[in-house]
Ligand binder design. Structure first.
Ligand code: NOJ
Length: 549
């Protein structure tokens, strides 16, 4: 299935002047959800050529690297996280040559490229799973319980809802922690590890700078596959070690991948998408001989409250410092409600971004957040494609995909079927859908209000969210030492956070009203402009200000 490639001489990105090894320690990495970023051929689905054509935009925005979500051959049962051939590009997204050209074009601009790798499960259309004998060696098959084996082997639930087991025509059962179309691999079989080593090498040889490792906490299951004895297991993810998540055995896999990454030239990195019960357990994934970064989901799920934010920032910094790794920060991605909506409006969204970009470490941006895009909460059910929605036992009606009052909006690990709302193709230009997304339509409808939020509409408007992101990213580059390092907390009134970084002080007011504080310096950048008079400043409610000190 793999296409022929003639171009096998990847250019490496030019080092920035004065750049020390470890570009990733303070990098801003932009997530491109390929099917919703830019469409080159008019089928309404974003693709690699479309994404390549927008690389100058990303360079101009000021990011350091791009993370591409899966573009591999896949039946698309879970937006490409169900891979049928890890070495082929799905025709929906282009060809292997397009992938190579994307990497080369990014490198020519000095941007690095990270690709997704999905090692916990494959598609059920993967050749290994289609061969019944091979499948029983390389996936997790077990006999059922009950007199006729008609009950699942244990009580594990799929993250997408329902049992984590499906019965085959032969009568035995296979494990799928996600959709039934995503059978879990058996990592006890050395063939599985060997195949992933080869897949990683394939993409490293093509020139990629690293991997975002999907479900990095899931590949190893507890011996005997014990029952959990608790319903609603999705709610437990990230709050405790489960027999299928965050088992200690996963670290041997990450150590071996680190050796593989280190055997290549340049600084190639591994990033864990891991849900762990504490910052300390998450830090185990980024020990010096393991992966380089792990997504900081505790920060993403923190509530809009100064004390809660300070606690999660301190815990994250302490845990990663204990293993010598940088902390990462993230507010939005393709699995969660976009942060302006989740936090309670665009004003808080802008403030949260300035907070994130002032913190030491590396930050992940999700496409469209630089436009201040809100979650689309009124998609009609007929257009939804998220398997979590399709498998949900809850009744979803139009307009009912926002968290209900009895739900915790920050409980996102369970992925309760709302993910299409953050995956709507982004607006680039023009007055009518698809707003420059491509020459055809868009696979999910865009709200009419997005006309005012397009890249074109916001460019050059100093009050726009796009220009705020551009200014923040430019300041990050200009203020030496702002990326990596540590922070110093400064006394502040309740509800306000203040901390010093090299050359600047960041103040965040999480209260809904202005708070008076002594003027800390000259404003550098603000999510809402502060008013200063007679040595005092009114720190705007739900606002964040960077001050020159
Ligand atoms: C995490 C990915 O981000 C999500 O989109 C996917 O559904 C699951 N892993 C399963 O691969």
């Amino acid at each position: 299935m793999t296409q022929e490639l003639t171009s096998t001489d990847p250019a490496r990105p030019a080092a920035r002047s004065g750049e020390a090894p470890g570009w990733w320690r303070d990098a801003v990495i932009y997530q491109v959800y390929v099917r919703s970023f830019a469409d080159s051929d008019g089928d309404g689905i974003g693709d690699l050529r479309g994404a390549r054509s927008r690389l100058p935009y990303l360079k101009d925005l000021g990011v350091d690297a791009v993370w591409l979500t899966p573009f591999y051959a896949s039946p698309q049962a879970d937006g490409g996280y169900d891979v049928a051939d890890y070495r082929a590009v799905d025709p929906l997204f282009g060809t292997l040559r397009d992938a190579a050209e994307f990497v080369r074009a990014a490198h020519d601009l000095g941007l690095r490229v990270i690709v997704d790798i999905v090692p916990n499960h494959t598609s059920d259309r993967h050749p290994w799973f289609r061969d019944p004998d091979l499948a029983r060696e390389r996936y997790v098959f077990r006999p059922g319980k009950g007199p006729g084996g008609e009950l699942p082997p244990n009580d594990w639930e799929s993250v997408f809802g329902g049992p984590a087991w499906t019965r085959t025509e032969r009568g035995d059962w296979y494990l799928h922690l996600f959709a039934p179309e995503q059978p879990d691999l058996d990592w006890d079989n050395p063939d599985v590890a060997a195949e992933f080593d080869s897949v990683l090498r394939f993409w490293l040889d093509l020139g990629v700078d690293g991997f975002r490792i999907d479900v990095a906490h899931g590949m190893v299951k507890a011996p005997g596959l014990p029952d959990i004895g608790h319903g609603a297991q999705a709610k437990l993810i990230g709050s405790q070690v489960l027999p299928f998540f965050d088992q200690d055995g996963v670290h041997a896999i990450h150590r071996s991948w680190r050796r593989l990454l280190d055997s290549y030239d340049g600084d190639r990195i591994g990033v864990a998408e891991a849900w762990a019960p504490s910052p300390e357990r998450l830090a185990l994934y980024v020990r010096p001989d393991e992966l380089h970064q792990a997504f900081n989901f505790p920060f993403l799920t923190a509530s809009w409250d100064a004390a809660a934010l300070r606690e999660v920032i301190d815990a994250s910094l302490a845990a990663t410092a204990s293993v010598g790794a940088p902390t990462t920060w993230v507010l939005s991605n393709h699995d969660v409600v976009r942060h302006p909506t989740r936090l309670g409006g665009p004003r808080r969204g802008r403030a949260a971004t300035l907070l994130m970009l002032a913190l030491p470490g590396s930050a992940y941006l999700y496409q469209g957040e630089e436009l201040g895009l809100p979650e689309v909460t009124d998609l009609p059910d007929e257009v939804r494609q998220d398997p979590a929605f399709l498998r949900s036992r809850r009744t979803h009606t139009t307009g009912d995909n926002v968290p209900r009052a009895d739900e915790d909006p920050a409980d996102l690990s369970g992925q309760e079927g709302r993910r299409d709302g953050c995956r709507v193709p982004i607006p680039w230009s023009g007055d009518r859908p698809p707003y420059g997304f491509g020459p055809g339509g868009s696979w999910l409808p865009q709200p009419p209000s997005w006309r005012r939020l397009s890249v074109q509409a916001q460019t050059g408007d100093p009050a726009s969210t796009l220009e705020l992101y551009r200014a923040a990213l430019s300041l990050r580059r200009r203020l030496p030492g702002l990326g990596d390092g540590s922070l110093t907390w400064v006394p502040a009134p309740p509800g306000v956070l203040a901390f010093a970084r090299p050359g600047m002080l960041c103040t965040l007011n999480t209260l809904g009203h202005d708070v008076e504080i002594p003027v800390p310096g000259e404003p550098l950048l603000a999510s809402v402009t502060p008013v200063t008079r007679d040595g005092l400043t009114l720190l705007p409610g739900d606002g964040c200000v960077w001050w020159a000190i």
